[in-house]
Design a protein around this ligand. Structure first.
Ligand code: DQA
Length: 300
């Protein structure tokens, strides 16, 4: 049974914070051979246009002061759904920004206009990357737009999953203006991938990529030893950052042994082997988003 939900998921109603650190107010004048001729106002304009296309709100801010950036990230925990951050030089120095991003518990994408890995060695290390879902560097202002696209997908995915969890329904249909989306979750028995199919009403030409149907199941999905994701979330292959992974290819595992963790809705869910065997394949990377029914590992 499909339930009708004529509202957008609540998290995506909060704007995405696009935050810029020191000296980014000088864009256009500052080392144009590295940072280009676009001004920060141009970047803001492009972000607003892209956010509108994606159906996201956006808040754009810049500060030369570390404490002000910390305050904005702290406030984002309540006010914003996600963060795009170009922390400028604080990227390479600021534990305070890393702590603030971790405390905000929001998906964040780190952006750099320049390719920091092609530049001086001191720019090769980022203190804030461990708190980011992804990092984009070297693509100029396009990096901000790509970050917004990635966050739109991520927010849609977690909102859909939140609504399914809230309602305990297997399938819901959402209407957003002219667009309708039916979202179904597999039953434990079917473990089919989530289907995001536009319903009879034609999707508008500007429909964002978040409405694309999920990828067709691969051959791995048909394998009898396929361990499939029972939820949408983020995969962690080790119990803590820097700790060894739970299992490697070739390891023997017992039934009930933890293979990995999936974080969903701020909860860490251990994914356990349902039978004893040997890990034949690990098909996902650490800290990657996963879909319902996506194959994580093969146990033979
Ligand atoms: C930057 C790279 C940083 O190393 C530098 O300090 C900046 C800008 C970039 O966008 O390429 O201010 O973050």
């Amino acid at each position: 049974m499909a339930a009708k939900a004529a509202r957008r998921p609540s998290a995506s109603k909060k704007p995405v914070l696009v935050l810029n650190g020191p000296n980014l107010n000088m864009l256009g004048k500052r080392q144009p051979e590295i940072y280009g001729r676009e001004t920060l106002a141009d970047v803001e304009k492009a972000c607003r246009a892209e956010a509108a296309r994606l159906g996201l709100g956006v808040e754009f801010a810049q500060s030369n002061h570390e404490g002000v950036l910390v305050d904005l990230i702290q406030a984002a925990r309540e006010k914003n759904s996600a963060i795009v951050i170009n922390a400028g030089a604080y990227t390479h120095t600021s534990v305070a920004l890393l702590d603030a991003l971790n405390a905000a518990e929001l998906p964040a994408v780190e952006v750099h206009l320049s390719n920091i890995y092609k530049r001086e060695a001191f720019r090769h290390h980022s203190y804030i990357s461990p708190a980011a879902v992804g990092v984009i560097a070297g693509l100029g202002s396009q990096g901000y737009l790509l970050a917004l696209q990635a966050l739109a997908r991520l927010l849609a995915r977690s909102s859909f999953s939140a609504i399914l969890d809230e309602t305990k329904l297997g399938e819901i249909e959402m209407a957003d203006g002219e667009r309708r989306i039916r979202v179904a979750r597999p039953t434990a028995a079917s473990a089919a991938p989530i289907a995001l199919a536009p319903a009879a009403v034609a999707a508008s030409a500007a429909a964002p990529s978040i409405l694309a149907p999920a990828a067709a199941p691969s051959d791995a999905a048909k394998h009898p030893g396929a361990v499939k994701s029972p939820m949408v979330g983020t995969v962690y292959l080790s119990p803590e950052p820097g700790k060894p992974v739970f299992v490697n290819v070739g390891d023997k595992v017992a039934a009930g042994q933890t293979l990995l963790i999936i974080e969903a809705m701020k909860t860490f869910n251990p994914i356990k082997a349902t039978k004893a065997g040997t890990i034949a394949q690990v098909l996902i990377e650490n800290a990657r988003p996963v879909e319902f029914g996506e194959v994580l590992m093969i146990v033979e």
